[in-house]
Design a protein. Structure first.
Length: 308
């Protein structure tokens, strides 16, 4: 949940162009957004949309062509030291394959000047305590992801940038990561900037999301507002053919998945119920049609298929 106060992260007109004068590619186009303290913010988009380029600019790994990045109120171009308050997991993290998971974290802690006392608690938090002695070369993709999250948290950062944090995890691991991300924000007050292609997980952990496509943000909203819809009503009734006949003259209807779907608003539900009862239809339930984040995402990024 976003707290009051100045934003932790602000992007204003951020752009990145690659190529020569005669052949330019705009990877990121005029991206502006703001993320508050304690917020879990989802950054979504299809492959090649500009997510990774944006994240690399946030971390100072590449320079923007235009626009500004402010972290904790400071312009990143003028104060790279502010990145010490940011932890990140990008591309699964880079580790020494012939060192153990524990030893890798200890090396990172020494290199960055602190955090040695956090190694064991973090290994426990990400579920690697029992495998901490094993060499990283023998780790699965999911185990490397867990180690990467632990590495991102070593210096107790105020903001954590996680790129595909559940990649390679099994169902139990995904649930554990989900709980860890929410704990970082809700209990520890950290800001989490999360990029993931698993939209179901994003829907469950994020407060707000931005959807980027072809380098530009096409929608930014809270999860609740993004999923709010007037798609229609879903009716559980029998017999369905009689129910459809009773409503078809007034509303567009279709039978799908054993339910009657009606293009009507919630306010029209009482009239629909009266018509069904009057037509001697057994009514078991009526509710607004629901859509998930994946459906919204596809409708926004693949508009040509939205009406198919």
């Amino acid at each position: 949940m976003t707290s009051a106060g100045p934003p932790v992260l602000e992007l204003d007109g951020l752009s990145k162009t690659y190529g020569s004068r005669t052949s330019k590619v705009r990877a990121v186009c005029d991206v502006s957004l703001s993320v508050g303290k304690g917020e879990v913010y989802g950054f979504l988009g299809p492959n090649g949309a500009g997510k990774s380029t944006t994240i690399r600019m946030l971390l100072g790994l590449i320079s923007p062509t235009a626009g500004t990045i402010r972290l904790f109120g400071r312009d990143l171009r003028a104060d790279h030291a502010v990145l010490r308050r940011v932890g990140s997991l990008v591309d699964g993290g880079a580790f020494y394959p012939f060192l153990s998971g524990r030893r890798n974290l200890e090396v990172l802690a020494k290199t960055h000047g602190g955090g040695m006392d956090r190694v064991q608690p973090l290994l426990e938090q990400v579920g690697l305590a029992e495998d901490a002695h094993r060499k990283v070369k023998g780790y699965s993709t999911g185990m490397r992801q867990r180690l990467g999250v632990a590495a991102a948290l070593l210096n107790d950062p105020d903001m954590v940038i996680l790129d595909e944090p559940v990649n390679g995890l099994d169902a139990a691991g995904i649930q554990e990561m989900r709980l860890l991300i929410r704990r970082l924000a809700a209990d520890l007050g950290k800001t989490v900037f999360l990029s993931s292609h698993l939209l179901h997980e994003v829907q469950q952990v994020c407060d707000r999301v931005a959807i980027i496509d072809k380098g530009a943000i096409i929608r930014e909203s809270t999860i609740a507002d993004l999923l709010r819809t007037d798609l229609g009503l879903e009716i559980d009734a029998a017999p369905l053919d009689r129910a459809e006949a009773a409503l078809a003259g007034r509303w567009a209807t279709r039978i799908e998945g054993g339910k009657l779907h009606v293009a009507a608003s919630r306010d029209e539900a009482p009239e629909i119920i009266r018509r069904l009862v009057g037509a001697d239809v057994d009514l078991f339930g009526i509710a607004p049609e629901q859509r998930n984040l994946e459906q919204v995402f596809l409708a926004l990024t693949l508009p040509e298929t939205a009406d198919e």
